[in-house]
Design a protein around this ligand. Sequence first.
Ligand SMILES: *Cc1c(COP(=O)(O)O)cnc(C)c1O
Length: 488
Amino acid sequence: MTRHVTDLDTVRAQLEALQAHDLPTHGGRTLAYVYDSGLADVDELGREALAQFASSNGLDPTAFPSLLQMENDLVAAAARLLDGYGPDVEAVGTVTSGGTESLLLAVLAARDAYPHISNPQMVLPTTIHAGFLKAAHYFGVEPVLVDVDPQTFRADPEAMRAAVTDRTILLAASAPSYAHGVVDPIPEIAAIATESGARCHVDACIGGWVLPYLTDADRAAVPAWTFAVPGVSSISVDLHKYAYTPKGVSLLLHRTPELRRTQYFALASWPGYTMLNSTMQSTKSGGQLAAAWAVTTAIGESGYASLARQARSGAVALATAIGPDWEGGIEHLRVAVEPDSTLVAVQADSTCDIFTIADEMLSRGWYVQPQMAYRSMPPTLHLTVSAATEPGVEDFVTALAESVAAAVEAGPIEVDPGLAAAATALDPSTLDDAAFDGLLELAGLAGEEGLALPEKMAPVNALLNVAPAPLREALLIAFLDRLQRPSR
Ligand SMILES: *Cc1c(COP(=O)(O)O)cnc(C)c1O
């Protein structure tokens, strides 16, 4: 007797149809969100492991010792990569669901290590990943943001030192930063943390599985950032980025087991099992962990060295083709800064609109990610270069030059000054649902029949770009809220 109501092949066909409008995850033409090694057989292995362990539960390592073994193997591999074993280092760690969870736990562990500080602060460069501000919001740690050097986009250690108080529990820095792809001066920042008795987290979510595998020359060109630097107390590294594993796996490493202690949560005061968690999740699938174990074991150190160098040479080729100033390379564009790793940030001059370039790239089959203006930092396009992108760099550059020409032809987007002024004057906390409906329509994020994403995102992005951050946040929340209303 069949116990299902829809024929299984019909469901499979529905899944395929659902996926048809998604960005491609493979092929190297999506330069954000996804990472492609170009190794189809390894991807297949990862999917097999994902399926094989999908129902195993990481809640209890004694019930599923396979998961504990694989977690320890992954942490050990990362510790070796990040100089986590030595005379004054005995790195330990945890597999988490992603970079954000690793950052959340690093902040939580730091906060709870200083129980006598009732209004804790953390000192962060303005280029630090938004996950730190999310952690600040969730855990009641006040973020003290310190401007980065406006030319190099790197953290300014002296300015960070000046921001330290007796309430500082943590300083953080990136290796490299997501938005601009540069490595912060971590030795100086870690030394300030040591002096002030605070922790120091290195966010290597995106670079942790790349930088150690680059050539000697490339590695020598960036400051030290691993546990070899005294004072670095924790490091986050995402495996679902440049370890090319399926989504849902990151690592949070601490310099010593003692530093990890406040990350744990145990609860015996209820009638069920004693809850004992190392992460935010309790029940968690073993699938992602097993997939990460399988993929990293298969690729191995020499495989990652060649993938990292391939992605790096793609990034360098892109940055060289775009050029460091407006005239050379692709006219009207320049890289915001020379890339330290595999990420490139691109600026456009005032003859064209940068978000139009993103639209034009999409119409040519390439996804590049708009990044909006923030403080003194101009809007940019973000390019995450995967190994699989490298063979296509020439095509990318051709498409980019065409896109710039089209954007110059279309001219800069003028946001109605009245609208921009009104946006600046609005206090989003006073707006009700009806007001947001009106604003979404004004912003071009809703039409007659409710929500509709326009063909061209550039006008929407141009308006959001001039909106103050709190309004941008409120508008996008209103937008998401309306997206997440199933039709009855
Ligand atoms: C991607 C990234 C994160 C956040 O990771 P998620 O996996 O998206 O949660 C944090 N820091 C940096 C530098 C990143 O690139």
